[in-house]
Design a protein around this ligand. Structure first.
Ligand SMILES: *[C@@H]1O[C@H](CO)[C@@H](O)[C@H](O)[C@H]1NC(C)=O
Ligand SMILES: *[C@@H]1O[C@H](CO)[C@@H](O)[C@H](O)[C@H]1NC(C)=O
Ligand SMILES: CC(=O)N[C@H]1CO[C@H](CO)[C@@H](O)[C@@H]1O
Length: 420
């Protein structure tokens, strides 16, 4: 077994060319079925006349001739299937990773190799081997991946979380596991919950390696994203007013939204939730919220955890690691945006719908629409899901920090219908 397919696990697929690919593959499939059948027809009918006469006269003796034809046909089918699989892979833009090639870290090889189960087939799951889960897009960054997998076994891991995140941002998710100890940061001076929600977090208990900023002063001066403008300042400024004091029609208040829900909001999921302030405000109302974030340009995960909240370190390209119909509430804002790829947002919306329970609320909070086309497309997409619009506000805001142009934002509270 020289190479191992990376088309395994729940690796993130890039969907840009998906529809083109699937129709091309369908045509190929059809073509192959037709040619295989024609071939079979030819094989059974085109034997020379004397052979046929011979067969008729010696029907039992010439079974070997028929079986020869059959095995020829089977070989032909197998080879077209292989050809098809190869073409499909080329169309999708990924290949099997050849772990026999040079410069592949030995730890990576070991991790990717299939491991047979010691007792053969497992009766409960039906599997016969353990397959390591790693994103198929990892194939696109073999050098980074190999660099990531070079370390001393049982020793300290290199200080390289940002390398791992770089791979994740290139779609290499899940990352391979490693057999080394991540750098440990002493977490001194943590406060008890719920006091921890609004206490300043010490700079010393966060990891600043791999980041442009090395302290809060630097972070607070930067506009990290539309949803995090000074969001690490949780003692004064705008962050402490968020969700409890509105700046405009697009800002809904948590208590108003909870009142719409007629009870039963106990667990929620916040997508790209900055420094965790939404989860903090919800915690004060006894609602448990998981905050999804990466550490892009700032130590979001550790900061959220220091506040006593649950950070989920996961890119939005990854299927949410939750079962269907479990959340009462999902909150998302501009972080949801997949850029100029509308399919990405569509896949994401279906995944949000999957984990939200019927009757649960989807709160789209100040979603930035670059233009009218985008707003219309988003509105159409949302309407396809048949949610009840409890609140729907399209507003304009002046971009005070940047160009001074007015920008369009959509805020909505939507209730998932019970589909039967
Ligand atoms: C937080 O914001 C306030 C008001 O904008 C400012 O005075 C204070 O210095 C900021 N704190 C930090 C740690 O940046
Ligand atoms: C949250 O739960 C605590 C303990 O059960 C209770 O005392 C408090 O009133 C609750 N707060 C809210 C806002 O419901
Ligand atoms: C008994 C008999 O006629 N066998 C023939 C079956 O077909 C093979 C292949 O054409 C011939 O070589 C055999 O003589």
């Amino acid at each position: 077994m020289g190479s191992v397919s990376l088309k395994i696990g729940d690796g993130t697929a890039r969907f840009k060319r998906a529809s083109f690919c699937s129709s091309a593959v369908n045509i190929l499939m059809l073509f192959s079925v037709i040619t295989t059948n024609l071939f079979a027809l030819y094989a059974f009918t085109s034997s020379p006349k004397d052979h046929q006469a011979h067969l008729i006269h010696n029907p039992h003796k010439n079974i070997s001739l028929i079986s020869e034809h059959v095995s020829l046909i089977l070989r032909e089918i197998a080879s077209s299937q292989k050809k098809l699989a190869r073409m499909e892979k080329e169309l999708l833009g990924y290949e099997t990773m050849d772990i026999s090639r040079p410069n592949i870290a030995s730890e990576l090889k070991l991790f990717l190799q299939h491991h047979q189960l010691p007792l053969g087939k497992d009766s409960r799951t039906g599997i016969t081997e353990m397959v390591a889960s790693v994103g198929h897009s990892c194939e696109k960054s073999p050098d980074l991946l190999s660099q990531y997998m070079v370390y001393k076994i049982s020793g300290p891991c290199p200080d390289d979380w940002s390398l791992g995140q770089k791979l994740i941002l290139r779609g290499c998710e899940p990352l391979p596991r490693r057999r080394c100890f991540a750098k440990s940061v002493p977490k001194v001076g943590l406060y008890r919950f719920p006091v921890s929600l609004w206490k300043p977090v010490s700079e010393k208990i966060l990891t600043w390696s791999g980041l442009g900023c090395k302290n809060f002063e630097c972070l607070n001066k930067k506009k990290l994203s539309r949803d995090c403008d000074g969001c690490f300042n949780i003692t004064s400024g705008y962050e402490i007013q968020k969700f409890v004091k509105a700046r405009g029609r697009n800002d809904f208040l948590i208590d108003d939204v909870l009142a719409l829900a007629s009870g039963g909001i106990r667990i929620g999921f916040d997508i790209s939730g900055g420094s965790g302030t939404f989860a903090a405000r919800m915690a004060e109302r006894n609602v448990t919220v998981i905050t999804n974030t990466l550490n892009v340009d700032a130590p979001f995960s550790e900061f959220i955890a220091a506040r006593g909240l649950f950070p989920l370190y996961l890119s939005l390209d990854h299927r949410f690691p939750f079962y269907d119909n479990v959340f009462d509430l999902i909150h998302a804002s501009s972080g949801l945006d997949g850029g100029d790829k509308p399919e990405e947002l569509e896949f994401l919306m279906f995944d949000i719908d999957r984990i939200l329970r019927a009757g649960g609320l989807f709160w789209l909070d100040n979603f930035y629409c670059a233009n009218d086309v985008k707003k219309t497309a988003l509105t159409r997409l949302i309407e396809r899901f048949g949610y009840k619009k409890l609140k729907w506000v399209v507003g304009e805001k002046v971009d005070t920090a940047g160009s001074g142009k007015s920008e369009v934002y959509l805020s909505a509270v939507l209730q998932k219908p019970a589909r039967v």
